[in-house]
Design a protein around this ligand. Structure first.
Ligand code: AGP
Length: 608
C-alpha cells in the first residue's frame, strides 16, 4: 500500500505533489520520490526515508515545472533504498512511472525485457512498467500505456509522464485505489482524497481498468477498450483529517475494517494457479525441516499472542513441540536453542528491541531464523534468514489489530506448507483448510456489520474498573489478546484467565456484576467452557460470551452473546478476536480517550 499523486496545471508541481504525499503517508512512509517535466527535461528526485527527506532536498534545490508525479512507499518488492524508491524510469530517463500495487508477473516480464537488452537498476516489480511503456512509445503516451498495461497481471494504480509530452499525464487503475481531481485550470490524480482536498473537492472515483488522460487543461477518462467514459463528478464533504482515516473516526476503527482485505492479500496473493500456498522468501528444504527438532515462536505483546495460535497450528500439523515465549523473558532464560532449532519471530514493526535481540542471540547459537513482519526492510526482516510478510498495509494505530489477524493467517500458511512438505497432513486436508481460509474475509465482514450490538455491550462495561476474559485452549490465547486490547486503549484493569484455572484461585475476584467475557468457540471444549461460565455466573458475574452461531445453548449461561459465523475450530480465532477489538474501541471512545495514541504507549518499542 503506497500513495501516489500526479499534477498538471499552473502551480509548481513539486509543491502540490509533496503536499499531497504528506497527506498519504499513512499509506506508506519508508521512501518517497518525485518526477517533474520542465522545459523538455525529466527530473527525478527520490530518497529512502520519510517524505521530509525529499521535501528538504527540494527546499534546497528547487524543482521547477507544472507537470509531475510523486510517490510515498510501503515496500513490498525490494527493501527501502534510494534506487528502489519511485518514480522508476526507462533507460534514457524520458519516461517516469509511479505505482501502487503489485505486478504478479514482473519476473517473467523482467526476463523478457532483459533478453531485449534492458538493464534494470532496482529490485522492484514497478520498474518493468517504465521499460514496457518505453518499448511501446512512438510519440503517443496514451497508446504506449495501454499497450504496456495489457501485459501486466496484478494490482496497479499508475501515474505516467514523459519528457516529450509536457502537457500530458496518463494514469491507470486496476484493483488499487485511484481518483482523479478537477481544479480551476489544473488536474490531479491521487491514491486517496486527502491528497487533493486542499486544491479541489471535485473528484472522479475510477472503476477498475479505467484510464485517465490529462492533456493540457482537459481530463478525460476511458475504459479498457479506449471508449470515452462519461462519469459523474463527486463533491467531497470531508476534511483532510477525516479523509486520511478513510472517513472512519480513527485509524484503529479503519484498520479493524481493513482486516478482510489484509487477510485476503496475505493469503490469496500467495496462492498459485493450483490453489497451493507459495511461501515466497522462505527456502527451508524438506531435509532442513526433517532436521528441525524444536520450534520457538518469540515475540512481544499482540505479536506474542498471534504466536500462541501459531504454536497450536504448528504442533497440530507438524507434530513437533513448539515453545512460544515473550522476547523479554526468552532472551534471559535457558532456551536450549541450537542448530536444529527453528526460531520464528513475529513483529508488526520489525523493529521491536527485545525481539531483535532474540534474533541476534539465537543466530549466534546456529538456529534458523524465520521472521514474520509487516514492514519490508525493517531490521528484523533484514537480519533474519527467512522472512514472510504480512500484507496488512501500514498499521498506524498503536493498538495492533489487522497485523494480528494477518500474523495468524501467515503462521497457519507456514504450518500448512511445512506439514504438507513433511507429509504430516494430507493433500486433501491441506486443500480443504485453504478453501475455508479463503472464506474468512467475508466472515470478518459479517461480524463487522453487526458492530452495533457490540457498541451496546460496551455501554455496559465502560464504567467498570475490572473486566475478566476467560477461555480454554486457543480461546485462552484469544482471551489474552482481548484483554490486552481493552487494557491498552481503555485503561480498564482486565485480565485473561484459563477458564480451568478459575477454581484454583482467580474466581475469588468474581463478585456481583463483574463483567466476564467468555470465549467459547472450540467444539471439543464447549461443554467445559459452559460449566466454567456457570461457575462465574453463580458468583454474580455479568457474562458476555463469544460463540459460534450454532452454539445457541450458550445463551443459558450468558447475559449477552456475540455470535460469530460458524467456522472450522482452527480458523475461528481470526474471527473471534474482531468483537473484542471493537469492544475495546467502543469502550475507549465512550470514555473520550485518544484511541489511536493511548497513554504511555508507542507503536514500535525500540528500547529494551
Ligand atoms: C499491541 O496492540 C501493542 N501495540 C504492542 O503490544 C505490540 O504488539 C508489541 O509492542 C509488539 O510490536 P511489534 O509487533 O511491532 O513487534
Amino acid at each position: 500500500m503506497c500513495g501516489i499523486v500526479g499534477y498538471l496545471g499552473h502551480k509548481n508541481a513539486a509543491e502540490v505533489i509533496v503536499d499531497g504525499l504528506s497527506k498519504l503517508e499513512y499509506r506508506g512512509y519508508d521512501s518517497a520520490g518525485i518526477a517533474v517535466v520542465n522545459e523538455g527535461k525529466l527530473e527525478v528526485r527520490k530518497f529512502k526515508g520519510r517524505l521530509s527527506v525529499l521535501a528538504e532536498d527540494i527546499e534546497k534545490n528547487n524543482l521547477e515545472g507544472n507537470l509531475g508525479i510523486g510517490h510515498t512507499r510501503w515496500a513490498t518488492h525490494g527493501e527501502p533504498s534510494d534506487v528502489n524508491s519511485h518514480p522508476h524510469y526507462n533507460q534514457d530517463k524520458t519516461i517516469a512511472v509511479v505505482h501502487n500495487g503489485i505486478i504478479e508477473n514482473y519476473m517473467e516480464l523482467k526476463e523478457e525485457l532483459k533478453s531485449e537488452g534492458i538493464e534494470f537498476k532496482s529490485e522492484t516489480d514497478t520498474e518493468v512498467i517504465a521499460h514496457l511503456v518505453d518499448k511501446y512509445y512512438k510519440g503517443n503516451l496514451l497508446d504506449a500505456v495501454y499497450k504496456a498495461v495489457s501485459k501486466l497481471r496484478g494490482a496497479y494504480a499508475l501515474g505516467v509522464i514523459c519528457k516529450d509530452n509536457e502537457k500530458e499525464l496518463v494514469a491507470v487503475r486496476k484493483d488499487s485505489p485511484l481518483i482523479a481531481g478537477v481544479g480551476e485550470g489544473e488536474n490531479f490524480i491521487a491514491s486517496d482524497i486527502p491528497a487533493l482536498l486542499k486544491y479541489t473537492k471535485k473528484v472522479y472515483f475510477l472503476e477498475n481498468e479505467e484510464v485517465v488522460h490529462i492533456k493540457d487543461n482537459e481530463l478525460k477518462i476511458y475504459d479498457s477498450e479506449r471508449n470515452l467514459v462519461e462519469k459523474e463528478i463527486y463533491d467531497v464533504k470531508w476534511d483532510i483529517e477525516a479523509a486520511s482515516k478513510g472517513g472512519y473516526d480513527s485509524f484503529m476503527l479503519k484498520e479493524i475494517n481493513e482486516q478482510p482485505e489484509g487477510v485476503k492479500n496475505t493469503l490469496e496473493r500467495r496462492l498459485d494457479d493450483d490453489g497451493n500456498i507459495v511461501l515466497e522468501g522462505i527456502k527451508i528444504s524438506k531435509e532442513e525441516l526433517e532436521k528441525i527438532n524444536k520450534i520457538y515462536i518469540v515475540a512481544c505483546g499482540t505479536a506474542y499472542h498471534a504466536g500462541l495460535l501459531g504454536k497450536n497450528a504448528l504442533e497440530k500439523y507438524l507434530k513437533v513441540p513448539v515453545i512460544s515465549d515473550i522476547a523479554s523473558e526468552f532472551r534471559y532464560n535457558e532456551n536450549f536453542v541450537d542448530e536444529n532449532s527453528l526460531v520464528i519471530l513475529v513483529s508488526q514493526s520489525g523493529e521491536t528491541a527485545d525481539t531483535l535481540a532474540v534474533l541476534r542471540d539465537v543466530k549466534e547459537k546456529g538456529a534458523k531464523v524465520l521472521a514474520i513482519t509487516n514492514v519490508v526492510g525493517s531490521s528484523i526482516s533484514r537480519e533474519a534468514d527467512e522472512v514472510f510478510y504480512t500484507w496488512a498495509g501500514p498499521e498506524i494505530a498503536v493498538a495492533s489489530t489487522k497485523a494480528y489477524t494477518t500474523q495468524i493467517t501467515s503462521l497457519y500458511m507456514i504450518a500448512l506448507n511445512f506439514a504438507l512438505a513433511k507429509g504430516t497432513i494430507s493433500e486433501e486436508y491441506y486443500k480443504e483448510i485453504i478453501n475455508k481460509m479463503k472464506k474468512l474475509p467475508e466472515k470478518i465482514e459479517e461480524i463487522i456489520s453487526k458492530q452495533e450490538k457490540i457498541k451496546d455491550i460496551a455501554k455496559k462495561i465502560v464504567s467498570k474498573e475490572h473486566v475478566f476474559f476467560l477461555g480454554r485452549g486457543v480461546d485462552y490465547s484469544l482471551a489474552m489478546e482481548g484483554s490486552l486490547k481493552l487494557k491498552e486503549v481503555s485503561y480498564i484493569h482486565s485480565e485473561a484467565f484459563a477458564a480451568g484455572e478459575l477454581k484454583h484461585g482467580t474466581i475469588a475476584l468474581i463478585e456481583g456484576e463483574t463483567p466476564v467475557i467468555a470465549i467459547a468457540t472450540q467444539e471439543k471444549l464447549f461443554e467445559k467452557m459452559v460449566s466454567n461460565m456457570q461457575e462465574v455466573k453463580a458468583r454474580g458475574a455479568f457474562v458476555i460470551s463469544i460463540a459460534q452461531q450454532h452454539n445457541e445453548s450458550v445463551e443459558k449461561v450468558s447475559d449477552e452473546v456475540i455470535y460469530i459465523p460458524n467456522c472450522d475450530d482452527m480458523l475461528v480465532p481470526i474471527l473471534a478476536v474482531i468483537p473484542m477489538q471493537l469492544l475495546a474501541y467502543y469502550v475507549s471512545t465512550m470514555k473520550g480517550l485518544d484511541v489511536d495514541k493511548p497513554r504511555n504507549l508507542a507503536k514500535s518499542v525500540t528500547v529494551e
